[in-house]
Design a protein around this ligand. Structure first.
Ligand SMILES: Nc1ncnc2c1ncn2[C@@H]1O[C@H](COP(=O)(O)OP(=O)(O)OP(=O)(O)O)[C@@H](O)[C@H]1O
Length: 242
């Protein structure tokens, strides 16, 4: 269980303090939690604070009761937090099998590594020996990253806009991967997304706007509000697939 207690994040701008996140209080213990909201609302900042990339200006972060506020990104990874960037990292010189093996932390064999690739809809024999370099498409990289996160099997996996920068066709396939992940995952997934189809599979939706939690609840409570009333959030739901 992840708890954010009174989290604030300020940056200095033109000699003034600008509050990017303002007194955020959240408990995340469901299997699949989505964070959405208008552009600039503070979602990526919050994900980076959870992963340990940014340090909050105020407040505490607890993972299963342990205060991890002062732990760095590596220590948080060791405690069981995985973070998938908007743009997946390429690893020249390493093959897909190397990465999945490294992620799992065990000396897994080819069949097990291939299973993870199959789980994300990639034909394992075509990918297992490929180098993770510029020859892979954005959609393929995202799936390989998800396969790595599945292999890691951590307590909390954070995805920042997995739909960013991929085409509609690949996006449709990616949704199926997330639906599958939803069934398979042991820990919690925290996913930042503007996409209704991703919000639709979330157990809980958190709406972040102007650095504050505007609302949160089950998808039945939140989705109608997002799709109907608030124009700012509503347009943000559909403007992201490029
Ligand atoms: N280092 C910084 N200095 C100044 N402003 C910053 C800094 N980091 C973030 N911001 C501002 O904080 C706000 C929140 O940014 P953030 O990237 O967290 O938003 P977001 O909700 O993820 O947006 P999007 O939906 O567009 O990805 C934005 O207005 C951004 O310009």
């Amino acid at each position: 269980m992840l708890e954010l207690q009174h989290i604030s994040y300020d940056v200095e701008q033109d000699g003034d303090n600008k509050g990017i996140l303002r007194d955020i209080n959240l408990t995340i213990n469901e299997r699949f939690v989505a964070i959405t909201g208008p552009n600039g609302g503070g979602k990526s900042t919050m994900a980076k604070i959870i992963a340990g990339i940014y340090k909050p200006t105020a407040g505490r972060i607890l993972l299963d009761g342990e205060d991890i506020t002062d732990l760095d990104i590596t220590q948080r990874a060791q405690r069981g937090i995985s973070f998938a960037f908007q743009q997946p990292v390429r690893f020249k010189g390493l093959t897909v099998k190397d990465l999945i093996t490294l992620a799992s932390g065990k000396n897994i064999g080819v069949p097990e590594a291939c299973n993870y690739l199959s789980e994300v809809g990639l034909c394992a024999k075509d990918y297992i020996d490929r180098e993770v370099d510029g020859s892979l498409s954005g959609g393929e990289l995202k799936r390989i990253e998800i396969a790595m996160i599945m292999a890691r099997g951590t307590k909390l996996s954070v995805f920042d806009e997995p739909e960013a920068g991929i085409d509609l066709w690949s996006f449709s396939n990616l949704i199926q991967v997330f639906e599958h992940l939803h069934e398979k995952i042991n820990g919690s997934i925290l996913i930042i997304s503007h996409q209704e189809r991703i919000l639709n599979i979330a157990d809980r939706i958190i709406v972040l706007a102007d650095g504050q939690v505007r609302s949160q609840g089950t998808r039945d409570e939140i989705l109608p509000e997002l799709l109907g009333a608030a124009p700012g959030v509503c347009s943000a739901l559909s403007d992201k697939v490029k």
